[in-house]
Design a protein. Structure first.
Length: 434
């Protein structure tokens, strides 16, 4: 059910009675009143149950503030700049008088040693802890959330993720998200989460993946390591992820992928966009029979190894745009039945005989924005295209598809580069699958 997020901004006014620094704000869901830096009353106005309090505007919640509020679906103690703030002490003991059923977000506060405050949060399914300092054992804090399914840890003080950091977090967690500051992750750090299906580690200082980092994640289906500083992928990095279906590695600094890195995986989507790859492993994607989408755009790839996609029977979208590919060997794409192939913005000059032999493209093969000035007589021999081949914005001046072995194929070399309104662009399809 769609719920409107209500941010209750607390502001100071001067009352007509002369008492300074009182405030009272009415929103869609709640009216919040108090004085100075203390909230004294939170009153529900409707059936809405999303409560957001900005912790930079108060330090105390009166014990009677929740007198008329018994249950909310969503509670946020938030800060406008959680990445820059210093966790501060806020007296939130009054929270123990209220139950939260859905999600809790805690930003820029110090968690008190008295954990009775959170004893009524047992039904919470989603918890986000961002730039929070524990003044006691975090293990005891997490034990209050016995029904937790989604956990976000952001701006954590420790630069290294150790297994003990998750002590007390419910073992049946479905989704774990880690953001910012992290430099390293120790082996078996996530081993307790044997039912985890989604793991996101993003925008950190992580440069490498250690052996056995993902030990125990036997049910993991989605792994995002996007927007980190990873430089290389090794053959044993993902070997334990036997159920992995989607792997996001975009926006890193990957310049090397060892042979066998993806061997044995059940991947359907692999995203390596915007890295520093110059060479691809010779057996890079071989025998990945479930693979549907590969995004290798925005790298520095110069050549495509022969048979690199051998046995990829289900591959539908292949993106190689914005690389430095100068030539394509015959039979490179043999046996592929794609919806789209994107080779735009490369360095292609000549399409050799049989370049696309054994390749089928159902929607679009896009060769725009290269420097193609010569197409050998049989370049398109054995190529099947149900829709369109686009060669515009190259150095072509005329087209004769029959001379290239292109039979019943629509080839466009016009500088207009216009695509039919109903033409689906491969890059857009890849983005939708991320």
């Amino acid at each position: 059910m769609f719920q409107v997020k209500l941010i209750l901004t607390l502001f100071s006014i001067t009352s007509i009675t002369g008492f300074e620094h009182t405030f009272c704000d009415s929103g869609d869901d709640f009216e919040i009143c108090g004085y100075s830096d203390t909230i004294t009353a939170i009153t529900p106005l409707t059936n809405g149950s999303n409560l957001v309090l900005e912790v930079n505007r108060f330090v105390n919640i009166d014990e009677m503030a929740f007198h008329t509020v018994k249950v909310v679906d969503r509670l946020e103690l938030s800060h406008p700049k959680p990445d820059l703030c210093t966790p501060k002490f806020v007296n939130i003991s009054a929270l123990e008088k209220m139950k939260v059923r859905g999600s809790v977000t805690l930003q820029c506060i110090q968690i008190p040693p008295n954990l009775d405050v959170f004893s009524t949060f047992a039904k919470v399914e989603e918890l986000s802890v961002e730039n929070v300092k524990f003044n006691g054992y975090s293990k005891l804090f997490y034990r209050n959330f016995g029904n937790l399914k989604i956990f976000t840890l952001s701006h954590h003080d420790d630069a290294i993720i150790l297994p003990k950091i998750f002590d007390g977090v419910h073992r049946s967690l479905n989704e774990l998200r880690i953001y910012y500051k992290i430099r390293d992750i120790e082996p078996r750090a996530f081993e307790r989460f044997e039912y985890l299906q989604c793991l996101i580690i993003a925008m950190t200082e992580l440069t490498r993946l250690k052996a056995d980092m993902f030990e125990g994640l036997n049910e993991l289906e989605y792994l995002s390591l996007a927007s980190n500083k990873i430089t290389a992928l090794r053959s044993n990095d993902f070997i334990k992820l036997v159920e992995l279906k989607e792997l996001q590695l975009s926006n890193n600094r990957i310049s090397e992928i060892e042979n066998g890195t993806f061997t044995g995986l059940k991947l359907r989507i692999l995203n390596l966009e915007n890295n520093r790859l110059k060479n691809l492993p010779t057996d890079g994607f071989q025998n990945l029979e479930s693979l549907e989408t590969v995004n290798l755009g925005l790298n520095r790839i110069r050549t495509i190894p022969l048979n690199i996609f051998r046995m990829c029977f289900n591959l539908q979208w292949l993106n190689l745009d914005n690389n430095k590919i100068k030539n394509i060997e015959p039979f490179t794409f043999w046996g592929l039945h794609l919806n789209g192939l994107d080779l735009t913005h490369n360095k292609l000059r000549v399409l050799e005989n049989y370049t696309f032999i054994g390749l089928e493209v159902r929607e679009l093969m896009d060769l725009r924005f290269n420097n193609i000035n010569k197409i050998q007589p049989q370049a398109f021999t054995g190529f099947i295209a149900e829709s369109k081949v686009t060669l515009c914005r190259n150095n072509m001046t005329e087209t004769n598809g029959k001379e290239w072995g292109a039979k019943n194929i629509h080839i466009n070399i016009s500088d207009s580069c216009s695509l039919p309104v109903n033409q689906v662009n491969i890059t857009e399809n890849i983005e939708e699958l991320k």
